[in-house]
Write a protein that binds this ligand. Structure first.
Ligand SMILES: Nc1ncnc2c1ncn2[C@@H]1O[C@H](COP(=O)(O)OP(=O)(O)OP(=O)(O)O)[C@@H](O)[C@H]1O
Length: 351
């Protein structure tokens, strides 16, 4: 459905997106995850035809977003990070304006406005001024406009930012609902959010794709399966020696606590974390040293996120969809983003 091929975007000497390639199939909810400044918004703006690329292609159902923008854009609904809402209008008025801009007319326009208001639970607010709506409802108006025209792909840039916890839950539920009928891609830097909503996760770091898989597979792909913590009635050196004797510990940090006990945080690269904790338990029992606490923390998406984004050049764990293709690189720039200030872009582009 969407093919991003060797996409690069440079702002002067900042490479915001760096030779990014991935493919997204029909259906499902995809999470686009990355720390601040990773290049999420830039990628989404290019994918939706709102921003030029320095190099590379984006194809929506085979239509190049730059070469056949009308056909490609018809298939996409986009909620940018800052949706351009007209505060003096009501949701109904605003949606009529957007719907007309998308080419909808007459009965079809009114039918679709009714449907998107219903889907986003805005019907009761349809005649209130947008300026008087809460942030959560404003966000719903932004999502409603993205749904007009019934696009197959919905792209949402940080849709839950700035919302209160209840509003966040409501928008997440809405995203899940939308995923039943559309391909939904949404960006976030909140791990738990992506984990709870998405079937697939793309992680980018410094403009590069570092992972693309199901959250469970990503957890399995982590090099270190987990972390073990323990507190013992012993000196730190004694704890270190016992842990080394197990032969299963790949790294440890042992300190003496204020209460006199030794506290250790250790990592293991063994597959079976329970087998490791078992051997630690037995080793301490044999030595007569008292183990006061033994805790396990299995690797989760947060560990993966930290591991991958701290090491931007790590290879992409492949599920078959994230493989780079040998697409041709294009001349830079078809449109110019009003935010762009860099000279390189201006210098290298067509008008
Ligand atoms: N118009 C611009 N001019 C210059 N640099 C820019 C511009 N827009 C973005 N950048 C830079 O490109 C990089 C990627 O920014 P981008 O906004 O795409 O990241 P992001 O992952 O969406 O971050 P966030 O989660 O903070 O929104 C950053 O280093 C940013 O400072």
């Amino acid at each position: 459905m969407i093919a991003v091929e060797h996409l690069t975007k440079r702002y002067g000497n900042v490479t915001a997106v760096d030779d990014l390639s991935f493919e997204i199939g029909d259906g499902h909810v995809y999470g686009f995850l990355g720390p601040n400044g990773a290049g999420k918004s830039t990628t989404m703006n290019i994918m939706t035809g709102c921003l030029s690329a320095t190099e590379g292609h984006v194809k929506i159902d085979g239509y190049d977003i730059f070469e056949e923008p009308d056909k490609a854009k018809r298939l996409i609904g986009y909620l940018p990070e800052q949706p351009p809402l007209y505060m003096n209008e009501t949701p109904a008025e605003y949606l009529r304006f957007v719907g007309e801009a998308k080419g909808l007319r007459g009965a079809e326009l009114y039918k679709q406005i009714g449907e998107v208001l219903e889907k986003t639970k805005l019907t009761a607010m349809r005649n209130r001024r947008i300026s008087a709506l809460s942030k959560g409802y404003k966000q719903r108006v932004g999502i409603a406009q993205a749904l007009l025209g019934d696009p197959r792909v919905i792209i949402l840039d940080e849709p839950t930012v700035g919302l209160d916890p209840l509003q966040i839950i409501e928008i997440r539920d809405l995203i899940r609902e939308l995923g039943k009928e559309h391909t939904v891609i949404f960006s976030s830097h909140i791990l738990s959010e992506v984990q709870t909503i998405c079937e697939k996760v793309l992680i980018i770091s410094r403009g590069k794709l570092v992972a693309f898989d199901e959250p469970e597979n990503l957890e399995k792909s982590l090099t270190a399966p987990g972390e073990i913590t323990l507190t013992a009635e012993a000196e730190p050196e004694e704890v270190e020696a016992l842990l080394e004797e197990t032969g299963a510990v790949s790294g440890m940090d042992v300190k003496k606590e204020e209460n006199g006990y030794a506290r250790a945080v250790l990592r293991t690269s063994e597959e079976d974390i329970y087998a490791v904790s078992r051997s630690i338990f037995l080793k301490f029992a044999e030595s007569g040293k008292v183990l006061l606490e033994l805790g396990l923390k299995k690797a989760d998406l947060e560990d993966i996120f930290i591991e991958l984004t701290e090491n931007g050049d790590r290879e992409v764990p492949s599920d078959g969809e994230a493989e780079a293709e040998n697409g041709q690189k294009t001349e830079s720039g078809r449109e110019t983003d009003s935010r762009e200030e860099d000279s390189e872009e201006k210098g290298g582009n067509e008008p």
